[in-house]
Each structure stands twice: as C-alpha cells, then as structure tokens.
Design a protein around this ligand. Structure first.
Ligand code: COA
Ligand code: MG
Length: 294
C-alpha cells in the first residue's frame, strides 16, 4: 500500500520562510511549486531556493513526501524546471495543465533519458477541459509502471477558470468532475487528491470539503496554508466507528462456522467476502497512518 496523502500542502518555491516551515509541519506531503504560485519574474530565484532546500534536507525530513510542481513543458520555463526537478530526485514531479496521455509520456521519456531513477514518480494535474475528457486514457497509464504515473491531482481553480463552473460556496457543479477523477484514478491504480480551498481562514468550508472529498473517495486534499493541515489529517483518517466495524467484520469471518462461507449476516447486515477485503484494506491504511503520526 502506498503512503498516506491526507494533507498535501502547496509551498511556493519562491517563499523562503514557507520552505523553512515545512520541517515543523505535520502534513503528509508537500508540493513545492514552481508554477502558479510563482510570478514570472521570480522563476529563476524560485529554482535556486528549491535546489537549496532539497539539498539541505536530512533523513528525518524523509517522512514528508515531496513533489515538485514544474511549469508546463509547452511554455518557456518547463524544460529547465524538469531538468532541475529530475536532478533533485524528489518523490514525485507534478505536471500541470496536462491535456493528453502524450503529455505524461513525454515527461517520462525525458526523465528516462536523463537516467532519473524510477523512484521519482509522476503526478498529473487534472485541471483542463481536455484532461477531463481524456481522463480515462491518462489514468490508464498507471497500469504501466514504466509511465511512472502515481497520482491525479484535481486543480479546482483552473477547472473553474477554464470551464466557467462556479465552485463556491458549495461545489455542486464541480462534484461530477471530481467523481470522474476518483473513478479514473481507481481504474488506473492511482492515488487521487482533491483541490484546494482558497479561503484559508474558513475552517467550516474546509471541514465540509474534506468530509465531502473523503466520501467521494479521494485519498486526501491539497492545501494552501499550514492552518488547513489538521482538518485534512482528521477527515482522511478512518474514524473509530469505521475501524470498530472493520474489526467486527474480520472477527466474524474468522469464526470457525464462517470459514467456508461467502456471505454471512452480521447484526442484521449482509456481509460478503468483498466487505472482508474492504475491511482489511481499511485496517492496513489505519496502521500505516498510525505509523506516520507516531
Ligand atoms: N507553506 C508553508 N508555509 C506557509 C504557507 C505554505 N503554503 N502559507 C503560509 N505559510 C507560513 C507563512 O510563511 C507564515 O510563516 P511565518 O510565521 O514564519 O512568517 C505562516 O505560515 C503564517 O502565514 P499567514 O501570515 O497566515 O499567511 P500569508 O499571508 O503569509 O500567506 C498565502 C497566505 C495564501 C499567500 C500563502 O499561504 C501561500 O502562498 N499559500 C500557497 C499558495 C500556492 O502555493 N498556490 C498554488 C497552488 S493552488
Ligand atoms: Mg493550476
């Protein structure tokens, strides 16, 4: 099972104070951003700060997964960003404005050519109308480990900008697209991360969106501010009730009279072997999270 990605914080690579703060934060992952959070005039300085940050990391810092978001390869900064990101060997490189599977394959080829190890995965921003239409083909790349694709990240601000869908305060018209991202991710064996809440002082909205994202099936939520981390960690950690239920299902199937059965009754509920598998997955996830939070 992959690592927890409940809380994934964007950190502008141009912001030295924000980079310095990472070591003190309890997010599962960070996305060091060279793209939207960095003004054009700041791009070269952001690259330098990013390189210095990556080189200063110690072993203890390894607990936080690191993705680097580069600029699109079609623009003037992307190629140099990719070269640098590959050389820094983060856990993942996040490609923005993906339109087609080819966009991912091109990046993968460039990394292979530069002999970047396959421990460096690719994540894809799903934020353009074309990506939303090509989502099945993009996610299918996840079935081939050579593609490096490991995670789909919903880019809600760009989706709103490109489609005209209004995203707030409720996400009614965005939800169908988010559901598609999750289904595609599962089809490709990928992780899926929800988009951000821009109003970082609005705790109620964040809690609502995190609960919604967890119910939709996302692994976690992308965040823009340290104050958002605790809520995401809580929402994507299996609750005590869910764990109690999972343990009851495992215990029920373990009883001698049930060993050969495909379906049993538990407190008036039909339980099949697929529920057993689901319960075991949930317990494994909880154990992984507990290891992380220790
Ligand atoms: N990552 C790490 N640290 C962050 C942070 C982030 N995303 N956002 C804020 N901080 C730090 C600040 O540097 C500050 O640290 P300090 O106490 O050492 O000075 C502290 O948290 C409190 O920040 P605050 O004053 O509340 O916010 P701000 O006004 O400095 O920043 C934003 C607000 C929105 C500009 C900032 O949170 C940000 O840049 N977020 C990420 C934006 C981004 O990456 N967008 C692209 C993807 S959608
Ligand atoms: Mg974007």
């Amino acid at each position: 099972m992959s690592r927890p990605r409940r809380s994934v914080l964007y950190v502008p690579a141009s912001n030295e104070r924000a980079l310095a703060k990472i070591a003190t934060l309890s997010c599962d992952a960070v996305i060091l951003d060279l793209e939207d959070a960095v003004a054009p005039s700041e791009k070269p300085a952001a690259r330098e700060r990013l390189a210095a940050f990556m080189k200063s990391r110690t072993e203890r810092d390894d607990e936080t997964e690191i993705a680097i978001r580069i600029n699109p390869l079609s623009g003037e900064w992307g190629a140099e960003d990719l070269k640098l990101a590959g050389a820094l060997e983060p856990d993942a490189i996040l490609l923005p404005k993906v339109d087609t599977p080819r966009d991912m394959l091109e990046v993968g080829d460039a990394l292979d050519e530069a002999s970047v190890p396959h421990s460096v995965k690719l994540w894809a921003m799903i934020e353009t109308p074309r990506a939303l239409l090509n989502i099945g083909a993009i996610a299918e790349l996840g079935r081939d480990a050579a593609s490096r694709l490991a995670c789909l990240v919903a880019g809600s601000n760009d989706i709103a900008k490109e489609t005209g869908i209004r995203t707030g305060p409720d996400r009614r018209y965005l939800i169908p697209l988010l559901l598609q991202i999750v289904v595609a991710a599962r089809a490709g064996g990928l992780a899926a991360l929800d988009g951000v809440v821009n109003d970082f002082r609005d705790g109620e909205r964040l809690a609502r969106e995190c609960a919604e994202a967890a119910a939709i099936g996302f692994d976690g939520k992308t965040l823009i501010h340290p104050g958002q981390i605790a809520a995401a960690n809580e929402a994507f950690t299996p609750s005590k009730d869910m764990l109690d239920d999972a343990r009851a299902i495992v215990a029920a199937f373990a009883r001698p009279e049930n060993t050969g059965k495909g379906v049993i009754a538990l407190s008036g509920r039909m339980i099949e072997r697929l529920h057993l598998a689901e319960a075991e997955t949930l317990l494994a996830k909880a154990a992984m999270i507990e290891g992380r939070d220790e």
